[in-house]
Design a protein. Structure first.
Length: 293
């Protein structure tokens, strides 16, 4: 393991390790105004949800590395404590990147990056029309820690494009196409190809990793993810279910291979279970793993 003490490194050097590993990070595309009404639009990847009731979003414009001065977004928030946090999808990522250029104070990045201003309802800063999710926020507090300015924002109105709403009236993740920040110049695209579902163990209590038989836990074939799936079931299959499954073509094929000495039973069972778990067929995987002559 590479061990680094941030106190022994230049802050920008350690920053590269942080951003390369604490990733992907969502992007707060923040629109603000100063006391004269001049508009600013800037992206920040030090950003996330931090509260539900009330709904709280936080993002952190760090001071400039070259001279330690505050960025225009921070100065604007100090003058007008309101912000619209616009979410970024793949269709706007290049324009979003363009807006991050250090233009002179007072420059409207909506114009420079080619975005469309949409009048907000409850706050002064405009929304990014091209964004498919926009959060009008009031800034509750700005906390300063060293070079960081942490803006704590309460969402007071939200706008969601019909394009990302599913038939159930909720956000359809397969329609969103959000992008997130990685380290260096890298981004990641959360599209249908890269997304996957993991069942939340919130409505049930699984048996746990420790309840999985040792012969299965110590498998050289099953991965940690596979074992996590197996430990998330509430109950193991009954003996009657196990015996009934033995009559399936899959199990008969495995039994035949063992009879002719083609392979060890445990290896065959665990290989088949791994295949089933990759297809999220957890109960079937257990039915295979619990088979014995």
């Amino acid at each position: 393991m590479l061990i680094l003490n941030p106190k022994e490194l230049d802050s920008r050097v350690f920053y590269s390790y942080l951003t390369g590993t604490v990733a992907p990070r969502p992007i707060a595309f923040a629109s603000t105004v100063d006391k004269l009404g001049n508009v600013n639009l800037s992206p920040f990847s030090f950003f996330n949800i931090m509260g539900i009731n009330p709904p709280i979003l936080v993002f952190a414009p760090n001071n400039r590395g070259r001279d330690g001065s505050k960025k225009d977004t921070t100065l604007n928030l100090e003058e007008v404590p309101e912000v619209v946090i616009n979410m970024v999808d793949y269709a706007m990522v290049q324009q979003m990147s363009l807006s991050s250029v250090e233009f002179p104070r007072g420059t409207n990045e909506f114009i420079k990056a080619g975005f469309t201003e949409e009048k907000s309802v409850l706050v002064k800063p405009p929304r990014v029309k091209e964004s498919k999710a926009q959060f009008e926020c009031k800034v509750l507090e700005i906390k300063q820690f060293g070079s960081m300015n942490l803006a704590i924002c309460e969402v007071i109105l939200a706008h969601f494009s019909e394009e990302i709403i599913g038939e159930n009236g909720k956000i359809d993740q397969q329609k969103t196409d959000w992008v997130a920040r990685m380290g260096g110049d890298w981004y990641v695209r959360a599209n249908e190809i890269s997304m996957f579902e993991v069942e939340k163990p919130t409505t049930k209590i699984g048996i746990g990793y420790d309840a999985i038989p040792e012969s299965i836990r110590l498998s050289k074939i099953l991965t940690g993810n596979h074992l996590g799936q197996l430990g998330n079931v509430e109950n193991l299959p009954t003996q009657a279910e196990i015996e009934a499954y033995r009559a399936t073509p899959t199990m008969q094929n495995i039994i035949e291979q063992v009879m002719y000495g083609c392979a060890f039973l445990d290896n065959l069972l665990q290989t088949e279970a791994a295949k089933l778990l990759n297809e999220n067929k957890v109960k079937e995987a257990w039915l295979v793993l619990l088979q014995r002559p």
